[in-house]
Design a protein around this ligand. Structure first.
Ligand code: ATP
Ligand code: MG
Length: 189
């Protein structure tokens, strides 16, 4: 399988669909959010830095994030393809990813964009707050994350469009439908 970049707002289902894609195609998975949460749990230096940003709904600075991504990527087995979940989130990160993959002679692959209306996103994140108790899933931080998403991350969709990589999947109320559409697209790659 080619590399896949899964892209969307907080709560759009990047992690959920990534797990389904990994189960079907047996590729590697890098969730930058999970990497950071594990650092926080282990109380590492990186975790201490990351916590301040995450709890405020802000992004971790690009340079730090790019280093983490490259290190994580190089630890995965080569040749099976990787799904990038939560990265890139800024144009600088996208440019860095492009450069990193080119240096390794690897292809960027395809981008899967999840488009979900904000009312649904908010309801999902509040529900997740009860189920998983994530520190950043409270209404105030969620609002900040949406703002950051609109300002810093959403413009990236155009960047992918220009790269000829953008493939959009819009939520119409059914996870099965969304998954079937994504699988049909990926099967054709
Ligand atoms: P989803 O619910 O779709 O999985 P999310 O946006 O709620 O997405 P994560 O992707 O797990 O959650 O990210 C959680 C937090 O980790 C972000 O709000 C941000 O602070 C930090 N983070 C994760 N990835 C990046 C990144 N690529 N650049 C900067 N910060 C990041
Ligand atoms: Mg996630």
């Amino acid at each position: 399988m080619k590399n896949i970049i899964i892209f969307g707002a907080p709560g759009s289902g990047k992690g959920t669909y990534s797990d389904e894609i990994v189960a079907k195609y047996g590729m590697g998975h890098i969730s930058t959010g999970d990497v950071l949460r594990s650092e926080i749990k282990n109380d590492t230096e990186l975790g201490k830095i990351a916590k301040g940003y995450i709890d405020n709904g802000q992004l971790i600075p690009d340079e730090l994030m790019i280093d983490i991504l490259a290190k994580t990527y190089d630890e995965l087995p080569e040749g099976k393809g990787v799904i990038f979940d939560g990265f890139p989130r800024t144009i600088a990160q996208a440019e860095a990813l492009k450069k990193m993959l080119a240096e390794r002679n690897h292809d960027m692959g395809v981008m899967v964009e999840l488009v979900v209306d904000e009312e649904t996103l908010l309801a999902r994140l509040l529900h997740r707050a009860i189920e998983q108790g994530r520190a950043d899933d409270n209404e105030e931080t969620i609002k900040k994350r949406f703002e950051v998403y609109h300002k810093q991350t959403e413009p990236l969709a155009e960047w992918f469009e220009k790269e000829g990589m953008r493939n959009t999947f819009t939520w119409k109320g059914s996870k099965e439908q969304m998954l079937a559409d994504i699988f049909a697209f990926l099967d054709a790659q």
